[in-house]
Ligand binder design. Structure first.
Ligand SMILES: CC(C)(COP(=O)(O)OP(=O)(O)OC[C@H]1O[C@@H](n2cnc3c(N)ncnc32)[C@H](O)[C@@H]1OP(=O)(O)O)[C@@H](O)C(=O)NCCC(=O)NCCS
Length: 178
């Protein structure tokens, strides 16, 4: 498995992932409007590139499984904006896969690589949250060994979430004992 930047040629696959209500319902606030055309997918790719150009720690990567050219899904460490739009220095790790690419450990492995990357570039801590009931995502966070904070009103999205937070030192200590 490797990670790479999204390219405009990935737009069809990006659309095929984000047109699915069963995926996008977990990714942000309602209304969960599925992506509907390639222009939107291209804009999604361009927006990720703009974000990284503005802030090198705001990173989205395509996950590509060994032996394929197909994008399995995405992993990101992104700026987390409070509900009033304010950014107070928090970053969150997130993941989503096309349904044809789940059940193989790709999201977990991809998140490990990206967390290594951002902590190597001096991010002090990363948050992770998933809406209550998102069991597959909970299992990814637990497999990664992220310290559990609790079920709380989500600081960044509407509703209650299971929140995790890991510092650079905690992550590095856990990685060296793996
Ligand atoms: C969340 C999501 C990415 C999890 O996908 P996933 O395939 O379960 O996660 P991984 O890629 O880490 O794979 C782990 C699964 O593969 C299995 N697996 C197989 N080989 C594996 C390996 N080598 N290493 C680790 N796990 C492996 C694991 O047992 C696990 O299955 P289980 O949870 O049923 O035990 C996926 O369900 C999804 O995209 N959901 C919709 C979007 C979403 O909710 N995103 C998160 C928002 S917070």
């Amino acid at each position: 498995m490797h990670l790479r930047r999204y390219e405009p040629d990935d737009a069809a696959r990006v659309l095929d992932i984000h047109r699915r209500p069963e995926i996008i319902r977990w990714l942000g606030d309602p209304p969960h409007v599925p992506m509907s055309d390639l222009a939107e997918a291209l804009e999604w790719i361009e927006e990720r590139r703009r974000r990284e150009a503005r802030d090198p720690l705001d990173v989205t990567r395509a996950i590509v499984a060994d032996g394929t050219d197909t994008v399995a899904g995405s992993v990101s460490v992104a700026r987390a904006h409070r509900r009033n739009g304010e950014f107070v220095g928090e970053y969150e790790v997130g993941w989503h896969l096309h349904p044809d690419s789940t059940g193989r450990g790709l999201a977990t492995e991809a998140a490990r690589i990206l967390l290594d990357h951002v902590f190597d570039h001096d991010l002090p801590e990363v948050w992770c949250g998933m809406f209550v009931g998102n069991e597959p995502s909970r299992r990814v966070a637990e497999r990664l060994g992220l310290p559990f904070v609790g079920v709380r009103p989500d600081p960044w999205y509407e509703g209650d979430s299971r929140l995790y937070r890991v510092t650079r030192d905690e992550w590095r200590a856990a990685r060296t004992t793996e």
